[in-house]
Design a binder for this molecule. Structure first.
Ligand code: NI
Length: 166
């Protein structure tokens, strides 16, 4: 079942999240609902718990939902994710289900090493690059109470109104 999306300026989007202490049935259910919510929005490639009203440090992402992406790990579940290393820089246009009417130019690291637990509670550490690196950084920002609007260099020149709302 898809969950309702919280939109800017809902204050939950500005609040840092709490780490998950144990990956239990409730956490797995939330992960499942977040994946279903992502799938309910055709252009959505990532979702963070605050966007569905939870204050837990959880995100889901799937770059393969964008048909232009050639290589993808598919669905990635991120429980308590952190960036442990970053390399390079890229500037790219980003959007967000919680900010449905705008996109923005955001600078991100080109490659990031992520440490996170998976849906079984196992600690994983891996590198992401390209589109997946950007999605992971965007979602981890959500978990720290940050939106892409907080990352654009200039709100006047780097934010754009969408022709069609998400
Ligand atoms: Ni977002």
């Amino acid at each position: 079942m898809a969950l309702a999306i919280r939109r800017f300026p809902d204050p939950i989007l500005k609040r840092p999240t709490h780490p998950v202490e144990r990956v239990d049935a409730a956490v797995r259910k939330l992960v499942e609902q977040m994946a279903a919510t992502m799938c309910a929005h055709p252009r959505c490639v990532g979702l963070a718990a605050p966007q569905v009203g939870s204050t837990l440090r959880i995100a889901v992402m799937d770059s393969s939902r964008n048909p232009k992406v050639a290589e993808s790990r598919g669905l990635i579940i991120l429980v308590n994710p952190h960036v442990t290393a970053a390399e390079g820089a890229v500037l790219q246009r980003e959007g967000c289900l919680s900010i449905p009417d705008f996109t923005g130019n955001v600078q991100r690291a080109a490659r990031v090493r992520i440490r996170a637990h998976d849906q079984d509670g196992q600690l994983q550490e891996f590198w992401l690059e390209g589109f997946e690196a950007i999605i992971a950084q965007h979602e981890i920002d959500h978990l720290d109470g940050k939106l892409f609007l907080d990352r654009v260099a200039n709100l006047k020149t780097d934010v754009f109104r969408r022709r069609t709302s998400l």
